[in-house]
Design a protein around this ligand. Structure first.
Ligand code: GDG
Length: 468
């Protein structure tokens, strides 16, 4: 296989294995925002994507799907348990989300993380053409930038961190804190969602490694001298085109009306859409809403909360407990308040096609994003993009990356249940003119800064740093 000029490295390949028309297995590209943003460029510049295909103990040769060259990295079942479910999702994920759940520190998980990161780095190094570019994504692969640099000093390396980076007081808990910083600093550009994340990272670098930091630039020792690595915010966004298209489609709009009707045409539909994750503040949202019903400030005949909680990380203990807690809370509220014709919470522990998600966004008067910590939160941006009639209200946690940009949302601190209740009432009662004024400004922001703007700005920064 010929080497690629531009190589994306991410934990998952952008494909799902599905059954073909004759029962055979085929690979279909998953329509994620990242693929959408990178696909045109990957075609133009001879690109490849290195990642895991999502099944343990399966060795696959490189292949092509949807016009993208894919280079699978194999993981054993034990590595999935230790590197992915363990170190990535039960150590780094909770630690970087401000220890909302207690991070587990296990040396064997760390060893697996190092081994698997090396495997990804070797695959990337082998796939990249001389003087090519490698773009590494996210917290599962923090050691890959340095490992690729050691193998291929000629290559330009970018890293983008999709989740928050914690304050030093928390980061310092990580037994392997210095190794991870060095791993990330192998990149020429280290991109974060928020300015705050970049600041925390730079503080950790200064305090732990004692490297010289000037503004967003780090002087990384190399050979006899130093090399500059740039660390700053590049807030990610969505591919707006398919959302605008779906929101305008007659069948999707009809489906939105059908959803409203099937819920008994309540005056207001509130919506939550999240992976079932403890970072998303689903419990806080449900608690606030339940109290409003119990206090009679909202009536079950007038409002329904639709909560899509798509299944996630179901083999990690913290997620098993979270699901039990949420489902107990939902059924208590429904048991206490439902009537034969109306339900307080329509809870859906399922994943849906994108058409259905857009129909839900169109059906919802109020979108509740109450994350306790969230790198960005794309759901907030998707809701805004689909509101083509400038109606609807976004309630948005200040602990999301999106809150830095979406200033016209109703802002909440989800830990403050009374404040959250007040925000829900503000949203439910907001007059149409005020909704329009806010939504127009929110939409302008999202439509002007889509995922293409994000990838271009990251890649120009990368070209600039390398050109210095
Ligand atoms: C991480 C960071 C950061 C959800 N359920 C269904 C479905 N979804 C889609 C949403 C949205 C995506 O999944 C979730 O993105 P988020 O940004 O909300 O959250 P994370 O999954 O935690 O993503 C986050 C992101 O990376 C990007 O950098 O913003 O902070 O945690 O697109 O629509 N899509 C479909 N069916 C579902 O049931 N089709």
């Amino acid at each position: 296989m010929t080497a690629a000029d531009f190589v994306v490295v991410a934990n998952r390949l952008p494909v799902d294995r599905v059954e073909g028309p004759d029962g055979e297995e085929i690979w279909r590209t998953s329509p994620g925002g990242l693929v959408a943003a990178l696909e045109p460029m990957m075609r133009n510049v001879n690109g490849a994507w290195v990642g895991w295909a999502g099944q343990a103990d399966v060795e696959l040769a490189p292949f092509e799907a949807g016009g993208i060259r894919l280079i699978p990295v194999a993981l054993s079942a034990e590595e999935v348990a230790e590197y992915y479910e363990g170190f990535a999702n039960d150590t780094i994920w909770p630690l970087y989300h401000d220890v909302i759940a207690p991070p587990q520190y296990h040396r064997e998980w760390w060893d697996a993380y190092v081994t698997v990161n090396r495997r990804f780095a070797e695959a990337a190094a082998a796939a990249t053409a001389p003087d090519g570019t490698v773009w590494v994504h996210d917290y599962q692969l923090q050691l890959v930038p340095q490992m690729v640099r050691e193998l291929r000093p000629d290559v330009t390396i970018g890293y983008f961190h999709h989740i928050p980076f914690p304050a030093h007081g928390l980061y310092a808990q990580l037994p392997w804190r210095d190794q991870v910083l060095r791993g990330l600093l192998g990149a020429d550009v280290i991109g974060f969602q928020r300015a705050q994340d970049a600041t925390y990272f730079l503080t950790a670098v200064r305090r732990r490694l004692r490297y010289e930091v000037k503004g967003p630039n780090v002087a990384v020792p190399e050979g006899d001298g130093t090399r500059t690595a740039l660390a700053r915010a590049f807030p990610i966004s969505i591919d707006t085109a398919p959302y605008l298209e779906l929101a305008a489609r007659e069948d999707v709009r009809a489906r939105a009306a059908e959803i409203r009707a099937s819920l008994g045409n309540p005056k207001r539909i509130l919506l939550g859409v999240d992976r079932l994750d403890y970072t998303k503040g689903i419990r806080h949202r449900i608690k606030a809403y339940g109290e409003l019903l119990a206090e009679g400030r909202l009536k079950v005949e007038d409002v329904t909360l639709v909560q899509v909680a798509s299944p996630s990380r179901e083999r990690v203990d913290a997620y098993v407990h979270l699901r039990d807690e949420i489902e107990l809370a939902v059924s208590r509220i429904n048991g206490d308040t439902d009537t034969m014709g109306h339900t307080a919470i329509r809870y859906l522990h399922q994943g849906y096609p994108r058409e259905e998600m857009v129909a839900l966004y169109l059906a919802a008067d109020v979108m509740l994003v109450t994350a306790l910590r969230d790198g960005m939160n794309l759901v907030a941006k998707e809701y805004v993009a689909t509101r083509v009639d400038d109606r609807g209200v976004l309630v948005l946690s200040e602990f999301t990356g999106a809150a830095d940009e979406l200033r016209q949302a109703v802002r909440v601190n989800p830990h403050d249940i009374e404040g959250l209740k007040a925000a829900i009432m503000t949203a439910v009662e907001m007059p149409p003119a005020e909704q329009g004024r806010r939504m127009r400004s929110l939409r302008r922001r999202v439509l002007d800064n889509d995922v293409n703007a994000w990838s271009s700005s990251f890649l120009s920064a990368l070209a600039e740093v390398r050109g210095r």
